[in-house]
Design a protein around this ligand. Structure first.
Ligand SMILES: Cc1ncc(COP(=O)(O)O)c(C=O)c1O
Length: 319
């Protein structure tokens, strides 16, 4: 029942990719094999989605500015070199979506990684980097009845003074990967990971929200989570519009067991209901009414049906 995927089944790769300021054929965007290890340790990326609106015949990139700002923040924290401004990166994204003639739901991955061949074990600060912006189609799960079964992982989440979770660096995902492999081996879809204080943090690729007695509770950022743009959208806008009070605080493992509803939230997984934790059913194993309302509201915002938040949408076509 793994109802979260970043890629539609038929995708191989786009025709074009944005690479260091140039739209290149995807197959030409190569790096020397000896740089691959360094490039994957010292690299940051973003995960952004663009949604197709059939009625408006428009592709809207959701919160592109905020994603690219987080990309720049990640680059700063891990001290990678960078030659692009926020405006450059926004324009580059529009350019590559146009070059690929995209008129469907599209995942966008900007990626900044160490370029060339590095002989030191530890690459110096501000070493030169390559930047690429890759795109591929995905199938949205919004509006569909869906859900996943999770377990609390035996792995501990990375923390700010180890590998900062607010940085979107590929090396952080090794922790997510170990926890996910364990969850799969134990018959679950995904893990939820506790921090060093045994408080809930997030899933391997999304934040988590709980509903208890009509209130939304979510681990606060110092619990050790990504500064998620979806979480921000749901907490500060959708919950307000739906009249759901929100509390950000530390969350115990056992609070998960007695929640009325639980869901993952993130660009990749959108709003993904959690129907079971450690073998205990949540909302009798069904997608709950508040989760459904949040899913519906998120859908209408990202697809540009609810135009109240059009400042978050970057249209790709026309004008
Ligand atoms: C570990 C982790 N937490 C949370 C999120 C959600 O962040 P956002 O909503 O900005 O996509 C992601 C997704 O990228 C993630 O990988």
């Amino acid at each position: 029942m793994k109802t979260a995927s970043l890629v539609s089944k038929d995708v191989e790769h786009a025709d074009s990719i944005w690479h260091n300021g140039i739209i290149s054929p995807w197959t030409d965007a190569t790096v020397p094999v000896r740089s691959v290890g360094h490039a994957s340790v010292a690299s940051v990326f973003e995960g952004i989605k663009a949604y197709w609106n059939t009625e408006n015949q428009q592709l809207y990139v959701f919160r592109l500015k905020e994603h690219m700002q987080r990309f720049l923040d990640s680059i700063k924290i891990v001290r990678l070199g960078n030659r692009y401004t926020l405006a450059n990166l926004i324009q580059a994204t529009i350019d590559v979506l146009k070059a690929n003639k995209l008129k469907e739901d599209t995942y966008i991955r900007p990626w900044n990684f160490l370029s060339g061949i590095i002989y030191e074990q530890i690459a110096p600060a501000d070493s030169p980097t390559d930047v690429i912006i890759d795109t591929w189609p995905f199938n949205s799960m919004m509006g569909k009845e869906r859900g996943c079964r999770v377990c609390v992982s035996s792995w501990t989440r990375i923390s700010d003074n180890v590998l900062p979770p607010r940085v979107k660096t590929f090396s952080n995902y090794h922790n997510s990967r170990l926890a996910s492999i364990e969850a799969t081996a134990n018959g679950y879809d995904w893990p939820l990971i506790l921090n060093e204080h045994q408080k809930v943090t997030e899933g391997p690729g999304a934040c988590v929200g709980l509903i208890r007695n009509g209130v939304m509770i979510t681990p606060d950022i110092p619990s050790g989570i990504m500064e998620s743009i979806t979480r921000d959208t749901i907490l500060h806008t959708i919950a307000k519009d739906l009249g759901i009070p929100v509390i950000e605080r530390a969350v115990d493992r056992t609070e998960l067991y007695i929640a009325d509803e639980i869901f993952f939230m993130g660009t990749g997984w959108e709003v993904l209901p959690i129907l079971e934790v450690d073998g205990l059913p949540i909302n009798k194993g069904e997608m709950g009414p508040i989760t459904k309302a949040i899913d519906h509201a998120y859908h209408d915002i990202v697809r540009g049906i609810n135009q109240k938040y059009s400042q978050w949408l970057t249209p790709v076509w026309g004008e």
